[in-house]
Design a protein around this ligand. Structure first.
Ligand SMILES: *Cc1c(COP(=O)(O)O)cnc(C)c1O
Length: 372
């Protein structure tokens, strides 16, 4: 079986260094808010190019804390609106609604699957305070037009960088394009921990300090609470592991790019729509390699019968979820089309050439009579 993602083998590539890191923390006996997190935050901040990085418990918290900090700083208030792509993972939207802000869904561009920047302006109202861009599947989304729009309407640009760590737009890393960015180190992400983890990067000193305080019970001095904060910390073991893996991230992302290049070049089947490849290969880190097929469920079954595991990102659009019942009658045709047709192929730094070849030949042989 070719697994969708073989995390054990991914992490075993760095066995000696990861074991050393874990043992170091264990022996030190300091588990939270220590030197490992500090070192990782510094290295992440240098890597991204943003002056501040704050480790937090997970990617959802990273995004929640950004909006929460904007509220505490008086820049946003409950009832304000945040524009977000309609086809994103639910976490982007939860981060907004959890702060009593209103998510305003914007349809994606069908070529890139990222938010359609041309559609944003018509969604802006006097209550709009931010645009949450999501670098979905690992592809950076940004433009001069977006900067102009944010300037014109005084909007914050927040990046959901959970899927795109390492991607660049015009030589700048995602996570350093907007005002603040949330990262996820969920094990399956391009930079994955051995459990949960997340971070926020930003340029503004006050914002960074507010987020750090909010994440630590609203306290920056022991037993003195400025805000009704939460407990959202990256722990020392995860930070030590992430610091090992950060060194290999660019190399891993390049392997993903090479696999994506083969898929795009060698998959040829009228029933399959391949992802659009950006001109600048650095814009994409291929967290997911997502194809589309009208008979997606049959294709998935065919691949599984031939020992290739695939996943769907994502089967149900946010506006059709029970969690957002009020939106169930809304019409987002592109989002619905995407959710009905997408299929993610295996892609990771440990996928063998022979496995890629097998997947390609299966896809090229697929037709509607392949599965009964
Ligand atoms: C994974 C992910 C998140 C949430 O990250 P967690 O660490 O799982 O909380 C947020 N947004 C997107 C787009 C993601 O893929």
């Amino acid at each position: 079986m070719i697994k969708f993602l073989d995390l054990q083998t991914v992490n075993m590539q760095y066995k000696a260094e990861i074991e050393e890191a874990i043992l170091r923390v264990f022996r030190n006996g300091w588990y939270l808010l220590g030197e490992e997190v500090k070192t990782f935050e510094e290295n992440l901040s240098n890597y991204i190019g943003a002056p501040h990085a704050v480790g937090v418990a997970n990617g959802l918290d990273a995004l929640r804390l950004i909006f929460r900090a904007y509220i505490e700083l008086g820049i946003m208030k409950p009832g304000d609106e945040v524009i977000v792509p309609s086809n994103t993972y639910i976490a982007s939207i939860l981060a907004i609604s959890d702060n009593d802000l209103i998510p305003v869904l914007c349809e994606p561009n069908i070529e890139t699957y990222n938010i359609d920047i041309d559609h944003i302006e018509k969604l802006i109202t006097p209550k709009t305070k931010a645009i949450l861009i999501v670098h979905l599947y690992g592809r950076a989304v940004f433009s001069e037009d977006l900067i102009d729009l944010a300037d014109k309407f005084q909007l914050k640009i927040v990046e959901d960088n959970a899927q795109a760590i390492g991607a660049e737009w015009k030589g700048r890393k995602t996570g350093n394009l907007g005002d603040a960015a949330g990262f996820s180190f969920y094990p399956g992400k391009n930079l994955g921990a051995l459990g949960d983890g997340g971070a926020v990067t930003c340029r503004d000193n006050l914002l960074a300090n507010t987020i750090r305080t909010l994440a630590n019970y609203g306290s920056n001095q022991k037993y003195v609470n400025i805000y009704k904060g939460l407990n959202s910390r990256l722990d020392e073991i995860q930070a030590a592991v992430l610091d090992v893996k950060l060194k290999y991230l660019d190399g891993d992302n390049n392997v993903r790019r090479a696999i994506a290049k083969r898929y795009v070049k060698e998959i040829s089947n009228d029933r399959i729509i391949l992802p659009n490849v950006p001109e600048d290969c650095k814009e994409h880190v291929w967290h997911l390699f997502v194809i589309r097929c009208q008979s997606r469920d049959l294709l998935q079954k065919f691949l599984l019968e031939n020992e290739v595991q695939t996943l769907i990102h994502y089967p149900i659009p946010p506006h059709k979820q029970n969690a957002y019942k009020d939106w169930n009658n809304y019409d987002f045709p592109l989002s619905e089309l995407i959710h009905g047709e997408v299929l993610s192929l295996p892609i990771s730094s440990i996928l063998e050439d022979s496995e890629v070849s097998k997947i390609i030949s299966l896809l090229n042989s697929y037709n509607l009579s392949s599965v009964f």
